[in-house]
Ligand binder design. Structure first.
Ligand code: NAP
Ligand code: GLV
Length: 312
């Protein structure tokens, strides 16, 4: 079994060792810039994270392309230049619990006013602040997929009212569900903390914009753990300055790493993390991909196959 592999940030040794333990029959070939179809080894499968198109274009040998992340926007942007093989995204693979930790931490930090207390502590100020009313502190999750549902489940443990928005209507116990363009305004109007965990598609790009922020109640808070291109950056800055948005925690950006001169760094009400909300975990990912390759080899269907038309 020959696997063509590309991931710019990860260490070859870890992947090689991991696959050797679980799939000893697999030979990993680490694709390098400059390798062409003509001088590259043939492959049965490809495993990739944000590859250049030159790695995949024209490859009719691969039977599936495994994406080393949940979001496939960096692959689908290549459109018809991609080989026809199914694209398979990571299906949780340890990311759900990380997302739940990240978002729960951020919601609690804001709800319990730890950000305000940190500010006070910097000024040696001892003052009890008025607690927020939890009944009016609904967390609204844009995207009720694998990760959104896991976030919803975690927040319910702390009794936050939880609402969710998706493409097709869902029935998630304890979660007020909304769907489609027709459900968006009502979803936003009752949301105090807006969490974006949507895939990036032509429909969801720039969704975090002035028009939608205006529909949130005064003092709403934003958490974006999806993709930078969901956010109209100048709109967020303007809405924070006006006070309509109280602040934001952003894990993803249009340009990563976020450039040093970017105004977000200067805005104290914006908390920045370097795209770490849910990291791809080696062991979980290897186990999941190896399991799916084995299922494909047996001719069985697998979960997580991307619908190219839909974009996720
Ligand atoms: P998923 O299981 O495919 O779920 C996507 C959800 O978004 C689904 O509920 C879907 O609705 C909804 N959706 C998609 N397009 C929509 C639209 N136009 N209107 C309304 N709802 C729409 O994806 P996932 O595994 O939860 O991952 C979500 C995203 O998280 C990824 O695509 C990636 O960009 C991001 N991510 C970020 C990090 C990080 O570290 N920051 C890590 C992992 C993932 P339906 O269910 O009705 O189809
Ligand atoms: C990370 O951003 C992912 O999509 O898995």
């Amino acid at each position: 079994m020959r696997i063509l592999f590309y991931s710019p940030d990860s260490e070859a040794e870890i992947w090689t060792k991991g696959f050797a333990e679980i799939m000893p029959e697999a030979h990993l070939h680490f694709w390098k810039e400059g390798e062409t179809l003509e001088n590259s080894e043939p492959a049965d499968y490809a495993i990739v994270w944000r590859p250049p198109i030159s790695m995949l274009q024209g490859r009719t040998d691969v039977r599936a392309i495994f994406n080393l992340g949940a979001g496939v926007d960096a692959l689908l942007k290549y459109g018809d230049s991609l080989p026809p093989a199914p694209i398979v995204r990571l299906d949780d693979a340890g990311m759900g619990v990380q997302m739940a930790e990240f978002v729960t931490h951020t919601v609690l930090r804001h709800y319990r006013r730890f950000d305000d207390y940190e500010e006070q502590a910097r000024n040696s100020q001892w003052q009890v602040l008025k607690p927020y009313d939890k009944a009016n502190f609904a967390v609204g999750i844009l995207g009720l997929g694998v990760l959104g549902r896991r976030i919803a489940q975690a927040l319910q443990h702390f009794d936050f009212p939880v609402r969710g928005w998706s493409h097709t209507m869902k029935d998630v116990p304890g979660v007020s569900c909304f769907a489609g363009k027709e459900g968006l305004d009502e979803f936003l109007s009752g949301t105090r903390v807006l969490v974006c965990v949507l895939p990036l598609t032509s429909e969801t790009s720039n969704m975090l914009c002035r028009a939608n922020f205006s529909k949130l109640p005064e003092g709403a808070y934003l958490i974006n753990v999806a993709r930078g291109a969901h956010l109209a950056e100048p709109d967020l800055l303007a809405m924070i300055k006006s006070g309509h948005i109280a602040g934001a925690t952003l894990d993803v950006f249009r340009n990563e790493p976020l450039p040093k001169q970017h105004p977000f760094w200067q805005e104290p009400r914006i908390t920045i993390t370097p795209h770490i909300a849910a990291l791809t975990l080696y062991n979980e990912s290897i186990r999941q991909i190896a399991g799916k390759i084995a299922a494909l080899e047996r001719g069985e269907p697998i979960a997580g196959v991307v619908d190219r038309e839909r974009g996720y």
